[in-house]
Design a protein around this ligand. Structure first.
Ligand code: PLP
Ligand code: COI
Length: 339
């Protein structure tokens, strides 16, 4: 194995040794199989390729100070993949089988789980897609499920440091009754142009507004939004955003820290009242925001002048990480410790 610079990993693809595969044929799932190849062979007319019949997940495993590996809330990811399957008419991977595949993928690639001190984690990517041919717009009869893993560092550059984000009204990611609530590839294809423009302008990412009224904050292409004011954690309620498992966890932690939690529409103008804002997700963890520029209105909402994250973001970040790495007891049953 090449020498990995654990402490300086970015969020990029890297091979590991094994991946887990499972095939759905004749109306049922087969056994989990171990593969050491990073290639697949599928029909050129597979529904995944033409009609985007696919869904994926993202979760992490962490190595604790005790050397044990912990997987965070994988049952939630399993259920969300089932929701995505309902939204795309794919065969559903049973929750228990999903979790077993994740456990196998992590165990077989144990040497790729970054050491505790590095602050990095093992990113786990389950993916499900239609493999059999159609040329009319119809669901496939056959599906493939794969779980592969890789060690990763922070998603947004700098890790737990504030970075600027932008609002641009010329792009929508998903419609109110569309696919935004599912973790399907098309949503990410839909975000590439906006992302490119945001990056070229020096921003970490773009926050999309609700596509119908263009009044309320939805999320960015890879993470949910939250704002903090008056001891309250506020996060958008919208039918076009992904129900983030990180956000769901932060809402619980915020409440336990004595904060009020509000899940409701967040009008853009309300940004001027927030003391702190952040993007949250598995890859993003908490990515605190220095400022959000409203590109079309030529306005800037500043949250951190010195580049430092605010105290609530800091506290939430450390609390979440402490649970994930096993530094603090897991009182919610969020963590599975591998044997
Ligand atoms: N929103 C989008 C669009 C995402 O891709 C992700 C990443 O999974 C999230 C939010 C955060 O979700 P989670 O916390 O479950 O990783
Ligand atoms: C995640 O946070 O796991 C994601 O899937 C976000 C992004 C890498 C697509």
């Amino acid at each position: 194995m090449e020498n990995i610079d654990w402490a300086n990993l970015g969020f990029g693809y890297r091979d590991s040794d094994f991946n887990i595969r499972c095939y759905y044929k004749n109306g049922e799932w087969g056994e989990l199989e171990v593969s050491s190849s990073n290639k697949i062979e599928i029909h050129m007319s597979a529904t995944a390729i033409h009609y985007g019949q696919e869904a994926f997940e993202g979760l992490k495993a962490f190595k604790g100070q005790d050397g044990k590996i912990r997987i965070f809330r994988m049952d939630e990811n399993a259920r969300r993949m089932q929701d995505s399957s309902e939204g795309t008419l794919m065969a559903k991977m049973p929750v228990e089988k999903f979790m077993e595949a994740v456990r196998m993928a992590v165990k077989l690639n144990e040497k790729f789980v970054p050491p505790y001190e590095s602050g990095a984690a093992l990113y786990i990517r389950p993916v499900l897609f239609g493999t059999s041919p159609q040329i009319g717009v119809k669901p496939a009869d056959e599906y493939m499920f794969i779980v592969f893993v890789m060690p990763v560092g922070p998603y947004f550059k700098g890790g737990f440091q504030t970075t600027p984000f932008v609002i641009m009204r010329e792009f929508d990611r998903s419609a109110p009754l569309g696919m935004g609530k599912y973790k399907v590839g098309g949503n990410y294809a839909a975000s590439l142009v906006a992302d490119k423009k945001a990056h070229e302008l020096g921003y970490s990412n773009i926050f999309y507004l609700d596509a119908k009224e263009k009044k309320y904050i939805d999320e960015c292409g890879a993470a949910n939004f939250f704002g903090v004011k008056n001891n309250t954690y506020i996060t958008p309620k919208s039918s076009s955003i992904l129900p983030s498992i990180t956000n769901k966890s932060l809402m619980v932690l915020a409440e336990e820290m004595g904060m009020k939690v509000e899940r409701r529409q967040v009008p853009v103008e309300e940004l001027s009242t927030f003391e702190e804002t952040g993007a949250c997700g598995t890859a993003a963890v908490i990515s605190p925001i220095s400022r959000i520029d409203d590109y079309d209105e030529n306005k800037s909402y500043v949250f951190s002048k010195d580049g430092k994250p605010g105290p609530v973001s800091e506290k939430l970040y450390h609390k979440l990480r402490a649970i994930q790495y096993g530094d603090e007891p897991d009182t919610h049953g969020w963590v599975e410790v591998l044997d």
